[in-house]
Design a protein around this ligand. Structure first.
Ligand code: AMP
Ligand code: ZN
Ligand code: FE
Ligand code: FE
Length: 284
C-alpha cells in the first residue's frame, strides 16, 4: 500500500477538483492520500467523499504558511479535525489576508499599466485561499504573459514589482493549533528551505514529523532527512506536492510513500487523541 500525503486542489492553488484528484490517485496505484491545501482544510469533506468513491483511504490535512526567526516554513497538519474552531478561526484570518494580498498585487500591477482587476483574479481563483499562481494564470489569460513561469519571473517572485509579502503564522503557534485540532505537525519539504538549524526549536514546540520524501528532493536529500528523522526521533512523511496541471505532467504518482510510514503516523495520531475514537473518522 502506497501513500501520497502532500496534495493540492482547487481549494487552494491546485487545478484538480477533489474528485479528479482522487481518480488520478487511484489510477497511479495509490491506496492512501492526504489533502494539504494552503491555509485551508475546506476541501477535506469533499475529498473524503471522493476517496470513498474511489476506494482510497483518506487523511485530513492542511499546509500552513509559517515563520520562524525570519524564515518561511510550511507545516503540514495531518489527522486534523477540519471543523476545529480555533484552527478554523486562524485559517479564516489567513484567507482574509490572502484575498487582501491579491488586491494589493493587482494594485501594484495596475501601477505598471497592466490592466487587471482583483475581481477577475478572485473569480478565476474561485476559492477562499487564493495565491500568486492565480494572479499568474490571470496574467496569462489576459495576454500579458505567455506562461505562468514568465508571470512569476517578471512580476510575482520576491523582489519583482507585483510581489507582496505573505502573512505567516508563528511556527510554534501553528504546531499548537494543529495539535489542538487533534493533528500531527510535520515540516514540509525541508530540502527546499535550508533552515535545518530551526528544526531543534520546532521539536521543542512539538514537531512530530519530517517530510523526507518530496518530489523536489533528490535521493541524497531524501537520505539526509531520513537520517535526521531517525536521529531526532521524528516520524517520516512524504508526498508529491502535486498542484495538478500547472506545468508539464502532474506530479501525483512521482512520490509513493510506503504504507509502514503511514502506520507509524496513525499510531502517533491515536496517542495524540486518547479520548477520541481515533484519527480516521472525519467529523462532518
Ligand atoms: P503564494 O502562497 O501565494 O505565495 O504562492 C506560492 C505558490 O506559488 C507555491 O505553492 C507554488 O505552488 C507556486 N509557485 C511558486 N513559484 C512558482 C513558479 N515559478 N511557477 C509556478 N508556480 C510557482
Ligand atoms: Zn501551492
Ligand atoms: Fe509548501
Ligand atoms: Fe504544498
Amino acid at each position: 500500500m502506497f501513500a501520497d500525503l502532500h496534495l493540492h486542489t482547487i481549494f487552494s492553488d491546485g487545478t484538480y477538483s477533489p474528485e479528479e484528484l482522487a481518480l488520478r490517485a487511484r489510477e497511479q496505484g495509490l491506496g492512501i492520500v492526504a489533502l494539504t491545501d494552503h491555509d485551508t482544510a475546506e476541501g477535506c469533506p469533499r475529498m473524503a467523499a471522493a476517496c470513498r468513491a474511489q476506494g482510497l483511504e483518506f487523511i485530513t490535512g492542511t499546509e500552513l504558511t509559517c515563520e520562524l526567526e525570519g524564515h518561511e516554513l510550511h507545516l503540514l497538519g495531518y489527522f486534523i479535525d477540519p471543523a476545529n474552531p480555533p484552527l478554523g478561526r486562524a485559517m479564516r484570518q489567513f484567507q482574509a489576508v490572502r484575498q487582501q494580498r491579491i488586491r494589493e498585487m493587482v494594485r501594484q500591477l495596475n501601477a505598471l499599466n497592466i490592466p487587471l482587476t482583483a475581481e477577475s483574479v478572485l473569480d478565476l481563483a474561485n476559492c477562499q485561499s487564493p495565491g500568486r499562481p492565480h494572479v499568474a494564470r490571470a496574467l496569462v489569460e489576459g495576454g500579458v504573459c505567455r506562461t505562468v513561469d514568465e508571470a512569476f519571473e517578471r512580476f510575482l517572485k520576491r523582489g519583482r514589482p507585483g510581489w507582496v509579502p505573505k502573512f505567516k503564522i508563528g511556527a510554534e503557534d501553528a504546531i499548537g493549533l494543529i495539535h489542538g485540532a487533534g493533528g500531527l505537525a510535520a515540516l514540509a519539504h525541508p530540502g527546499l528551505n535550508r533552515s535545518d538549524h530551526l528544526i531543534p526549536r520546532l521539536i521543542e514546540a512539538g514537531l512530530d514529523g519530517l517530510e523526507c520524501f518530496h518530489s523536489k528532493h533528490g535521493p541524497g536529500v531524501t537520505r539526509q532527512y531520513l537520517g535526521l528523522a531517525a536521529q531526532w526521533g521524528l516520524l517520516v512523511t512524504g508526498g508529491s506536492d502535486c498542484h495538478g496541471l500547472t506545468k508539464g505532467a502532474p506530479l501525483i504518482g512521482t512520490v509513493k510513500l510506503a504504507g509502514e510510514y503511514v502506520e507509524r503516523l496513525k499510531e502517533r495520531a491515536a496517542l495524540a487523541l486518547p479520548f477520541s475514537p481515533g484519527p480516521t473518522p472525519l467529523r462532518l
